[in-house]
Design a protein around this ligand. Structure first.
Ligand code: C2E
Ligand code: MG
Ligand code: MG
Ligand code: MG
Length: 280
């Protein structure tokens, strides 16, 4: 595996390297360069409304393309968080996601949503509020098109401070979605106490639906609970037609996953949206 040729390349698939200090430092440096050189991209994964099968918007997913291939956000988001670069990265994603979406809304005449992931570190000191405000202002996007996806981790450490930030964000007119629902232990109580509009069922449950009665029961219960709390339900990680049909049958509001569409560059997303205008 460790041929000499790759000595100076990052090997992102070696768990022992992910914990090595040198590796993390190298990754930090590379990330800093990528951010400075506008080397990070935003991909868009379409979100579908199941009844008509229309794409109603997308989720922005950051991508880091290197000579050795793509580095997964699961690998570099933690690095950005630890090295203080997450604010800059997050602002870049907001700007690119909003400007692309606002242009596409104008061009297509469709009301598209844009979902952006916000990490817990972005909630520290509440700077996400002024950053979001600035990004909304710069792009001119209607805040009602914007959904911020957060995980329960945002609320775990300092629930009072985070709740205040959440309220300030919703005051700006955006919606909040609970991402990866079912993964943690606290999401349930948070849903009731904080201003969530969407619940996104974690893909591990969606993917287990076909084989596991328990996973299917969990998905069903999540949908019922979301409906009782007046939340819209999104199922992520839909990979098969069977899952798609089952979720539609359960009354899930939105579907997202490889079965419907993979995350794609902005121009491909644009083509997909414009295509459905033609067919409408
Ligand atoms: P997430 O927000 O839960 O995003 C869903 C992840 O599942 C994405 O991975 C997406 O590519 C992947 N996915 C979508 N459909 C399917 C499917 O049908 N099957 C499978 N197996 N996977 C599917 P990705 O892009 O690698 O992102 C991973 C995580 O990194 C995200 O999880 C999110 O927590 C974080 N992330 C990504 N972009 C950003 C960003 O701009 N800012 C922050 N703070 N976090 C981000
Ligand atoms: Mg997400
Ligand atoms: Mg998710
Ligand atoms: Mg996830």
């Amino acid at each position: 595996h460790h041929s000499k040729k790759y000595k100076h390349c990052f090997n992102f698939y070696q768990p022992e390297m992910a914990t090595s200090l040198q590796h993390r430092f190298d990754l930090q440096q590379k990330l800093r360069e990528a951010l400075d050189e506008n080397g990070l991209e935003v991909f868009f994964q379409p979100v579908y409304e199941p009844v008509e099968g229309r794409c109603t918007g997308s989720e922005a997913l950051v991508r880091w393309r290197t000579a050795e291939g793509f580095i997964s956000p699961a690998d570099f988001i933690p690095v950005a968080e630890q090295s203080g670069q997450i604010r800059k990265l997050g602002m870049m994603v907001l700007r690119k996601a909003f400007s692309h979406t606002v242009a596409l809304i104008k061009e297509s005449g469709q009301a598209l949503t844009i979902s952006v992931n916000v990490s817990p570190k972005q909630f520290v000191h509440g700077y996400i509020v002024s950053d979001l405000q600035q990004a909304l202002h710069e792009s001119g996007i209607d805040p009602r098109c914007v959904i911020l996806e957060i995980t329960e981790g945002v609320l775990l450490n300092n629930v009072i401070e985070a709740a205040e930030v959440l309220n300030q964000l919703t005051d700006l007119g955006v919606a909040i979605s609970m991402d990866d629902f079912g993964q943690g232990y606290s999401s349930l109580s948070y849903l009731r106490q904080h201003p969530f509009s969407y619940l996104k069922i974690d893909r591990s449950f969606v993917q287990g639906m076909d084989q596991s009665r328990q996973d299917r029961a969990l998905v069903e219960a999540s949908v019922a609970m979301a409906q009782a709390l007046n939340l819209k339900v999104v199922a992520e990680g839909v990979e098969t037609q069977t899952q798609s049909l089952a979720l539609e049958g359960l009354g899930v509001d939105y579907l997202q996953g490889f079965w419907l569409a993979r995350p794609m560059p902005g121009d491909e997303y644009r083509a997909l949206v414009l295509q459905q205008t033609v067919n409408a």
